[in-house]
Design a protein around this ligand. Structure first.
Ligand code: MF3
Ligand code: CO
Length: 249
């Protein structure tokens, strides 16, 4: 069941997601060769708490971190560690969730570390643009799969693949609500988009094949072929006047 939010509830979600966006802005400045992922995780948690929210990922189904940090062929759900040091040429995905006054915020960004290869930069740019293209279709009276289809079409046109085993989701009082939002599919299917829906749209894009596997830590998702992967996510609200991106400053 898809839970529609009132304007008052969307106001709170705007605040929860503003903290997510500010945490992203803050951590982005710290991304440099030599920093450990543990330091990013720690500083992110502190920043979220200083702003009056809780890091929603911490303890979620036993996840140990506050920020999901995934490097290179890691797709999502990487676990921060003192031993993981960012180096020039890496790409790093940060996924941040907050819980604030009863509601969730959720957004992800992928950043280059220093100077990266042309292919790596193209992957980042294509994934970011795929999310933007998908959001443009999040219009009142469109159907959910119009978003999915647009993302897949754009990514494949650029020669990359979309991950199929992980999907976006509705979001609200729970981090994961209905509906699931695949990053692939044919247009014109699924529920009609309605005012008051709040959605976390999150393309995960691989340079190589779409298949992924999970490491022995039970969390880190990696590409099966070892190719680089990028991840962008925004939380949006559907309004009569079009999509509002809540996780943007
Ligand atoms: N943003 C992700 C999601 O939407 C990450 C949550 S996984 C967690 O599913 F375990 F770290 F919380
Ligand atoms: Co999410």
């Amino acid at each position: 069941m898809i839970i529609l939010k009132s304007p008052r509830e969307i106001n709170i979600m705007r605040d929860a997601n503003k903290i997510v966006a500010e945490t992203h802005q803050y951590l982005k400045e710290l991304i440099k060769p030599g920093i450990s992922t543990a330091e990013l995780d720690k500083k992110g948690e502190k920043f979220i708490k200083k702003n009056g929210a809780e890091p929603s990922f911490k303890g979620y189904r036993g996840y140990p971190g506050s920020v999901c940090i995934s490097i290179n062929e890691e797709v999502v759900h990487g676990i921060a560690s003192e031993k993981r040091i960012l180096k020039e040429g890496d790409i790093v995905s940060l996924d941040i969730g907050t819980f604030y006054e009863g509601f969730n915020g959720d957004a992800a960004r992928t950043h280059p570390v220093g100077k990266v290869s042309k292919q790596a930069q193209k992957l980042i740019d294509v994934t970011k643009k795929a999310l933007e293209q998908g959001i443009k279709k999040a219009l009142y009276k469109n159907r959910l799969s119009d978003i999915s289809h647009t993302i897949q079409k754009y990514v494949e046109k650029k020669g990359f693949s979309v991950v199929k085993e992980y999907v976006g989701h509705g979001i609200g009082r729970d981090m994961h609500e209905d509906p699931q939002i695949p990053n692939f599919g044919s247009p014109g299917h699924g529920p009609l988009l309605k005012e008051g829906m709040t959605l976390a749209i999150e393309p995960m894009v691989n340079i190589g094949k779409y298949k992924v596997e999970i490491l022995n830590d039970k969390w880190t998702v990696v590409t099966e072929d070892g190719s680089l992967s990028a991840h962008f996510e925004d939380t949006i609200a559907i309004t009569k006047n079009g999509p509002e991106v809540l996780s943007k400053l």
